[in-house]
Design a binder for this molecule. Structure first.
Ligand SMILES: Cc1cc2nc3c(=O)[nH]c(=O)nc-3n(C[C@H](O)[C@H](O)[C@H](O)COP(=O)(O)O)c2cc1C
Length: 384
């Protein structure tokens, strides 16, 4: 388990918004730009001991649009193809050039104790503030026994996190895959092994589409494809659910540990939703690839405006407020029955359908609309 006799310092951030591992943190130049622009910190593109194993293809992205808007993004990109030695120099240089800014190195290796010890030791020696273990990349790397090949096996997650913690002198976050039935199993294994936090989610396995002219799945490379990772706005509802499940586990069993939420953040409201469900920090990847590094200004302004509107002075004043309102379906039935009994006149209108016998084929659209919760519709584009 953790490195005996080593006191791991807590991580402190200028603001809760981090660049997520990916193209926006893929070399020292772009990381420097993010830090100058005002991001609370950067998680680097994932590094490993031997970058010669990494060979990318092009095209490697495919995008889902609604009109002009990009709502979903698939990638079959691997982790960094730049040598570890180059990265170590860049981490050191960034550390010197940006004192007080948070630099988190994302690392990946095979399930080998020696390999994890070596990568943890070499990377943390550069002075980075924390490490994020990539146990979750869903494409390409699992074929090499890395990424989601580890993250989809909770027992292995516990073992790998234990190895990382034996060598770590800085906080360690385990980045989890959503491509599992229950994300809490891996979260529990990582936190049980002593990680200071978890990050969730990485991308969701997907096939963006099939080209009806060429008959090839997309993105197509030489007429062929492979399932890739889905990100961007379209994954936010799934990310929010998994963040909430992980946050509840931390609240109940690992108080004080951290949760870095990732998935579908392109506006301040989206990040605030993650915080309301219990996240400690929020990471953004695809949002920066679509809107640029200046997105941080919208995020910070929007967070300030939200806090002012509600009279909150710190994020802790509202963190997890929505998590406390998540319950079981049986509890919703009980609450509604109580509310009906107590004050029938103040109930929200549920009349259109109080039993399944009332569904009518000719009014399926209107009846479905009548059962929708419209309360979110004034805060954004989302609920049609
Ligand atoms: C092109 C691309 C490359 C990525 N590369 C990495 C990576 O090297 N390591 C990693 O942990 N996650 C990687 N991710 C996953 C993101 O960090 C993030 O978990 C995911 O995209 C969901 O967040 P988003 O909706 O803000 O993009 C990548 C994502 C994209 C779109």
């Amino acid at each position: 388990m953790s490195n005996p006799g080593v006191e791991i310092p807590p991580l402190s951030l200028a603001n809760p918004f981090l660049i997520a591992s990916g193209p926006p943190g893929t070399n020292a130049n772009v990381i420097a730009r993010a830090l100058r622009e005002g991001w609370g910190g950067v998680v680097s593109k994932t590094v490993l001991l031997d970058a010669s194993r990494i060979v990318n293809v092009a095209p490697r992205y495919a995008r889902l649009r609604f009109g002009e808007d990009i709502v979903g993004w698939e990638n079959i990109e691997l982790i960094t193809d730049r040598p570890l030695g180059v990265w170590l120099d860049e981490f050191r240089r960034l550390r010197d050039d940006f004192p007080g800014k948070t630099i988190i190195a994302s690392i990946m290796e095979e399930p080998s104790r020696d390999a994890w010890h070596e990568i943890v030791e070499r990377v943390q020696a550069t002075g980075v503030d924390a490490l994020e273990l990539n146990l979750s990349c869903p494409h390409g790397l699992p074929e090499q026994r890395m990424g989601a090949a580890i993250g989809q096996d909770a027992e292995l997650v516990g073992r790998v996190c234990g190895w990382a913690m034996e060598a770590a002198r800085v906080p360690v976050w385990a980045k989890l895959t959503p491509n599992v039935t229950d994300i809490r199993l891996a979260a529990d294994a990582a936190l049980g092994a002593g990680c200071q936090g978890v990050s969730a989610i990485n991308t969701i396995l997907s096939i963006m589409g099939v080209n009806l002219d060429t008959l090839a799945p997309e993105p197509a490379v030489e007429g062929h494809s492979t399932p890739g990772g889905y990100s961007g706005q379209a994954i936010r509802p799934i990310a929010l659910r998994m963040v909430a499940e992980t946050a509840a586990l931390i609240r109940d069993r690992y108080p004080g540990r951290s949760l870095s939420a990732i998935g579908g953040v392109e506006r301040a409201e989206h990040a605030i939703e993650h915080l309301l469900l219990g996240a400690t920090t929020v990471q953004v990847c695809t949002g920066v690839m679509i809107h640029g590094y200046g997105l941080i200004h919208d995020l910070r302004r929007g967070l300030d405006a939200f806090m002012q509107r509600h009279g909150f002075s710190t994020i802790d004043d509202f963190r997890g407020r929505a998590l406390a309102r998540l319950t079981t379906h049986a509890d919703l039935v009980r609450r509604q029955a109580q509310a009906r009994a107590a004050a029938a006149s103040s109930l929200r209108e549920v009349k259109p359908l109080s039993s399944d016998t009332q569904w009518r084929a000719e009014s399926i659209v209107e009846q479905s609309r009548g059962l929708a919760d419209e309360t979110l519709s004034d805060s954004g584009e989302r609920h049609g």
